[in-house]
Design a binder for this molecule. Structure first.
Ligand code: PLP
Length: 364
């Protein structure tokens, strides 16, 4: 079976098997990681190793904190303005889909000022706005964008570099929930990177934030301690009990990426091949289509529709029977969506492409 779910998503089989083997008795200690105190030497070692491996994989510079948080990426939508607008100004956004829009509505809900520096909603989110078209507000405190919109299947092919009219660079904040660790990135380009874990990192609930040191300690007054990056950083992400088991599983995923895959350059090449295979199959047929501008097609989430949507149900049913799971598109867009995260092997894409050709031949 292959799992094409958009999230919570497939985990590497090797990681699940190792977790199973260690579930009841972690390395002969006679207890499960789930039962360990988060203050114990055993768990601290697990936590520190996970952070070290994450830092190594992404080449995180020393002037960034890596926080292991809870609440999902959606909680960051609220934590970001609370942490970054303490000195006033407005949150600027590039809106390229549903997740960016949700982040904006959360900032508005909290009563902070917002400005759209770019928005591709009018065109139906089929392309990202060009770098030249982006306009920051004069009071921009940061610019938030979504490097990969999971539902629309739209991925940035560039890192926005935006300078305010007064020449000031503003921190770039990126929601990388659905493409973090799919390729190398230059962390130094960003003020804050955050990601819900449930696609490329581990179990849902765990949330990673990578925060540049100069952005700590600037929260608005009355920010709850669990929302305050500075307090979380000072406590090593342990202001309260962290999601210990999810943290451990994330660590296993990082070890898999490093040792089994060979790091993010190797992962990037594999992801590139997987996406190319599927998009080529879609483009080669009149029966399947994907609406996204070629340069912005997501390598992680590939939405596609059938020429005759009356066949959707049969397609999904037969795919499921063939062991190709969770291909149904998001309820807001319909059609199909194949998510090709890191843990989805190349053979899964081969099997999907073969199934699609066969289905077209029989039903198209
Ligand atoms: N941002 C992006 C790009 C996502 O894909 C998702 C979830 O799928 C979220 C944010 C929300 O994540 P969470 O459910 O962890 O809050």
């Amino acid at each position: 079976h292959y799992n094409f779910c958009a999230g919570p998503a497939a985990l590497p089989v090797a990681v699940l098997e190792r977790a199973r083997n260690e579930l009841v008795d972690y390395q002969g200690r006679g207890l499960s990681v789930m039962e360990m105190s988060h203050r114990s030497d055993e768990f601290i070692a697990i936590a520190e190793q996970a952070e070290a491996d994450f830092r190594q994989l992404l080449s995180v510079p020393d002037n960034y904190k890596v926080l292991f948080l809870q609440g999902g990426a959606s909680m960051q939508f609220a934590m970001l303005p609370m942490n970054l607008l303490g000195q006033g100004g407005s949150a600027n956004f590039i809106q390229t889909g549903i997740w960016g829009k949700k982040a904006i509505s959360e900032v508005k809900r909290l009563g902070y000022a917002c400005h759209l520096a770019g928005n591709s909603e009018a065109g139906g989110y089929v392309a990202v706005p060009s770098q030249d078209s982006l306009t920051l507000s004069a009071d921009a405190a940061y610019l938030h964008y979504t490097s990969n919109e999971t539902i629309g299947g739209l991925e940035f092919d560039y890192t926005p570099q935006v300078v305010r009219e007064d020449g000031q660079h503003v921190p770039l904040v990126c929601d990388m929930s659905s493409n973090i660790m799919s390729k190398p990135i230059n962390v130094a380009d960003f003020g804050v990177i955050f990601a819900g874990a449930q696609k490329n990192i581990g179990p849902a609930g765990l949330t990673l934030a990578v925060v540049r040191d100069d952005l700590l300690g600037r929260a608005v007054p009355n920010t709850p301690s669990l929302f305050d990056y500075q307090m979380l950083a000072d406590a090593g992400s342990m202001v309260n009990t962290p999601p210990t088991y999810a943290w451990y599983l994330a660590g296993l995923v990082f070890q898999w990426l490093r040792d089994d895959v060979g790091g993010l350059v190797a992962m990037d090449a594999i992801n590139q091949r997987k996406a190319e295979k599927l998009y080529s199959a879609i483009d080669a047929s009149d029966f399947y289509s994907n609406p996204i501008a070629v340069a912005n097609r997501s390598r992680m989430n590939v939405p596609f529709v059938l020429a005759d949507s009356a066949l959707d149900k049969a397609f999904l049913q037969e795919a499921d029977q063939a062991g190709l799971l969770n291909l149904k598109g998001h309820r807001s867009v319909g059609g199909m969506r194949a998510s090709l995260y890191n843990a989805v092997p190349e053979e899964a894409v081969d099997a999907l492409v073969a199934f699609m050709a066969d289905f077209e031949q029989r039903r198209g």
